[in-house]
Design a protein. Structure first.
Length: 137
């Protein structure tokens, strides 16, 4: 009769790495999507004009948007042109170093954009920028 040795029948313990890679990939994707959903979009989406000298690292405090059809938005809220100066003065009183970003659709009229720049200056705000998208997009 043959006697079996129990030491030879035991398998060595292994750590399976494939499920761990799957879990880490899932967590990476989850946190990337969660981070993207936390970004603050203050303006209304419009078709911005292209520029080669634009900067992407500007932090804005207020956003004024002009759509193609001439509608005016202040931080995603539709307003009339006569309300803009008082809103800007109110926000500038709270934050004197306020920066205003002007998002104008590339098909918006030049006169409307100039009128908005004039309103920003009359409200006492000297820091403003015009939003563009990179030329190579």
């Amino acid at each position: 009769m043959k006697i079996r040795s129990f030491t030879k029948t035991h398998k060595k313990a292994r750590i399976e790495i494939i499920p761990m890679i799957d879990t880490m990939f899932f967590l990476l994707v989850f946190f990337m999507i969660a981070t993207l959903s936390m970004t603050i979009m203050r303006g209304v989406p419009v078709n911005l004009p292209k520029s080669e000298t634009g900067k992407n690292d500007i932090k804005d405090n207020a956003s004024i948007t002009v759509s193609k059809d001439g509608k005016l938005y202040y931080d995603k809220r539709e307003i009339q042109i006569n309300e803009l100066r008082s809103l800007l003065k109110r926000d500038a009183a709270v934050n004197p170093d306020m920066l205003v970003i002007l998002n104008a659709d590339e098909d918006a009229t030049h006169g409307k954009v100039v009128e908005l720049i004039d309103e920003v200056k009359l409200a006492g705000i000297s820091r403003f920028a015009i939003a563009t998208k990179p030329k190579n997009q």
